[in-house]
Write a protein that binds this ligand. Structure first.
Ligand SMILES: NC(=O)c1ccc[n+]([C@@H]2O[C@H](COP(=O)([O-])OP(=O)(O)OC[C@H]3O[C@@H](n4cnc5c(N)ncnc54)[C@H](OP(=O)(O)O)[C@@H]3O)[C@@H](O)[C@H]2O)c1
Length: 264
């Protein structure tokens, strides 16, 4: 199966490398010549001709910025007739994609940067009437990014704000922990390792250890101990409120972009 990845930026590169490692035949279409060279140096097959890439492909994965979706689909519209089109563009709805590429079988997915290490949470929604074998192709492709879940498209703005942006939020926490480690006198490299492993470990305690975040907190917090001293200080800062406000703002932004792109 040949997969065309249209747009070889941050996400396109991660997607293309991933799918190549999973054994798919991948061709990347990218506009910028310096970027083409970078991608070629990674061992990827790259072209500047999006039409040609789409023509060769069985499945097309759209990895261009939301503002470029319309022009890109106009360019490759004829080549994707009857083919699966998986758009990773934030805020571009299935309806808009169908309007721009009526002959394609449209799937909208929202991964995050952890595609690069096969640990993305990828949510997707598909147009009505996809055949079971087409759904299977989509799930298998997206599974190579990490964890996959089908969702109602109405959740897509929330997923974009929570999951698409999550690496930025988590990186901020990691950075805060590194600063804290430096303040406590640890070497930067040691603090960095501690912060990253703490995120992996806590995530696995939740997913594999089947513990809720509050259970984890209770298990670590002994009476009169060290952790409660740390938590006492953290309680002075409204961390939960900060996250809730951040995700709400990001979701609003996603909705506004959707409206702007659909001419609303
Ligand atoms: N980055 C993330 O964490 C993330 C997470 C989830 C979803 N997404 C979605 O993924 C999409 C891509 O994001 P990104 O961060 O990878 O953007 P990016 O780094 O800007 O990559 C997009 C690339 O596509 C190129 N391009 C534009 N039109 C093209 C065309 N017709 N044919 C071939 N190449 C074309 C762009 O070139 P020019 O710069 O010259 O236009 C650019 O190099 C966005 O829609 C975004 O919403 C991103």
């Amino acid at each position: 199966m040949i997969i065309a990845v249209i747009g070889g930026g941050v996400i396109g590169e991660a997607v293309a490398r991933n799918l190549t490692l999973s054994g798919y035949d991948v061709i990347v279409a990218e506009k910028r010549s310096e970027r083409i060279r970078e991608l070629e140096n990674l061992g990827l097959r790259v072209t500047a001709d999006s039409k040609m890439a789409a023509r060769q492909a069985d499945v097309v994965i759209l990895c261009v910025k939301p503002k470029d979706v319309e022009s890109t689909l106009k360019e490759i519209n004829e080549e994707i007739e009857g083919k699966l089109l998986i758009s990773l563009a934030a805020a571009v709805t299935i309806d808009s994609l169908k309007r721009l590429a009526p002959g394609a079988k449209v799937v909208r997915a929202m991964p995050n940067l952890a595609v690069a290490v096969r640990e993305s949470f990828t949510a997707y929604s598909a147009e009505q009437g996809l055949k079971p074998e087409e759904s299977e192709i989509v799930i298998n492709l997206l599974r190579s990014f990490g964890v996959v879940e089908k969702i109602d498209e109405s959740y897509m703005d929330a997923i974009t704000a929570l999951s698409g942006c999550a690496p930025a939020y988590m990186a901020l926490i990691a950075e805060a922990m590194i600063y804290a480690g430096l303040e406590a006198g640890l070497e930067r490299s040691l603090a960095l390792k501690v912060a990253a492993q703490a995120m992996i470990g806590t995530g696995k305690l939740i997913l594999e250890g089947q513990k809720t975040p509050s259970q984890i907190r209770d298990m670590v917090t002994t009476p009169g101990g060290v952790t409660i001293e740390g938590l006492f200080e953290l309680e002075k800062v409204p961390i939960r409120h900060a996250f809730m406000s951040a995700v709400k703002a990001a979701m609003e932004k996603s909705r506004k972009i959707t409206l702007a792109l659909s001419g609303g």
